[in-house]
Every structure is written in structure tokens, then in C-alpha cells.
Design a protein around this ligand. Structure first.
Ligand code: IMP
Ligand code: MG
Length: 179
């Protein structure tokens, strides 16, 4: 049996090797930018788990991680427009240098909401990092400090990204062609 079934997977946009190469480069950038501080990577569950795990290994210096979980899409492939915090941070971020780590920016709504949520807690700084940015009619309305790849307007799966919780374990990023 092929996994995913042929009906669900279209073009592979980014191979596992390309992802790893880019993550290493992002890790170098963050290492350089955070030479004088211990950054706190805040991974946005669940989509950013693989990216956060690989990114922290690509940082050559002290780094801490925490996670937040939000829900905005339900099981559909279109945004509901509502962001809900399902799991908040374990520890306060006051005085910390925070890097928000997201899987993909579409409308930018999720990242904008989380940025405001964290900024209200008095961190020393908050930077934003997203593995993917989907290019579309409307440019993402959020400032991004680190970006992995820009992708065409298609719904994608793999490397943490899901459709109805499936396909997060694929090592590459491919276009979802199911229904
Ligand atoms: P935004 O709030 O519109 O920027 O949407 C971002 C969130 O939607 C991400 O955190 C993902 O969880 C989800 N999302 C957006 N596009 C995709 C996709 O192509 N595949 C899987 N999840 C996606
Ligand atoms: Mg997500």
C-alpha cells in the first residue's frame, strides 16, 4: 500500500534534504543573532513540532523551548478566522528573548494573535520564524524575521503539517490533492 495514497499527494514541493539544508541555515542565523542571549523557542503545536526539534538542534549555543497550542482550522483546509489558545506557555516570558516558531503563515492571523499575546507579557524581544509562507493574493500581514520557504497557493502536508491530523510524519512537504 502506498502512503499517502496517490489521490492525496500531488507534487513534492520541498524534499527532506532541502528542508534539512534550510533549517541548518536558519539555525546559523539564529545562533549569530542570539550570541549574547539564551533564546526561548516557542513552538506552535502541533504543526511546528518537527521544525522546532530540528531547528533547536541547528542552534549552536544555549537555547530553551516551550510550546503553545492553538486551534484555528478545525479539520477543514480553510481558516475559520478564529484563534483559540488551547495550551499556554509553562513559564512566564517577561525579560526573555522569544522566537515564535510556526509551520506556515497563510493569512497571518495566528502569528499576529500570538505575537500580541506574548508582547503583552513584557518579553525582552519577540521574533517570528516560519518554515513556510504561502504566497497568495493577500500578502501576510505579519512581520517575519526568519522564513524557510515561500510556497505557491496550495494546501500542503508533511513535516508537521496535517490535514485532519494526518500526514504530519511525512519527511517532505507535498501538495494535498485529496478532498
Ligand atoms: P493563518 O492563521 O491563516 O496564517 O494560518 C496558519 C495556520 O493554519 C498554520 O498554523 C497551520 O496550522 C494552518 N495551515 C495553513 N495552511 C496550511 C496548509 O497548507 N497545511 C496545513 N496546515 C495549514
Ligand atoms: Mg498550526
Amino acid at each position: 500500500m502506498t502512503y499517502p495514497p496517490e489521490s492525496d499527494l500531488g507534487e513534492i514541493l520541498i524534499t527532506a534534504d532541502q528542508i534539512q539544508e534550510r533549517v541548518v541555515a536558519l539555525g546559523r542565523e539564529i545562533t549569530r543573532d542570539c550570541a549574547d542571549s539564551v533564546p526561548l523557542l516557542v513552538g506552535i503545536l502541533k504543526g511546528s513540532i518537527l521544525f522546532t526539534a530540528d531547528l533547536m538542534r541547528a542552534i549552536d549555543g544555549p537555547v530553551e523551548i516551550d510550546f503553545m497550542a492553538v486551534s484555528s482550522y478545525g479539520d477543514a483546509t480553510k481558516s475559520s478566522g478564529i484563534v483559540r489558545i488551547v495550551k499556554d506557555l509553562d513559564a512566564p516570558v517577561a525579560g526573555r528573548h522569544v522566537i515564535l516558531v510556526e509551520d506556515i503563515i497563510d493569512s497571518g492571523l495566528t502569528m499576529t494573535y500570538l505575537l500580541e499575546h506574548l508582547l503583552a507579557q513584557g518579553p525582552a524581544s519577540v521574533r517570528t520564524c516560519s518554515l513556510l509562507v504561502r504566497e497568495g493574493q493577500q500578502a501576510p500581514r505579519v512581520q517575519l524575521d526568519y522564513v524557510g520557504f515561500r510556497i505557491p497557493p496550495a494546501f500542503v502536508i508533511g513535516y508537521g503539517l496535517d490535514v485532519a491530523q494526518c500526514y504530519r510524519n511525512l519527511p517532505y512537504i507535498g501538495v494535498y490533492t485529496g478532498s
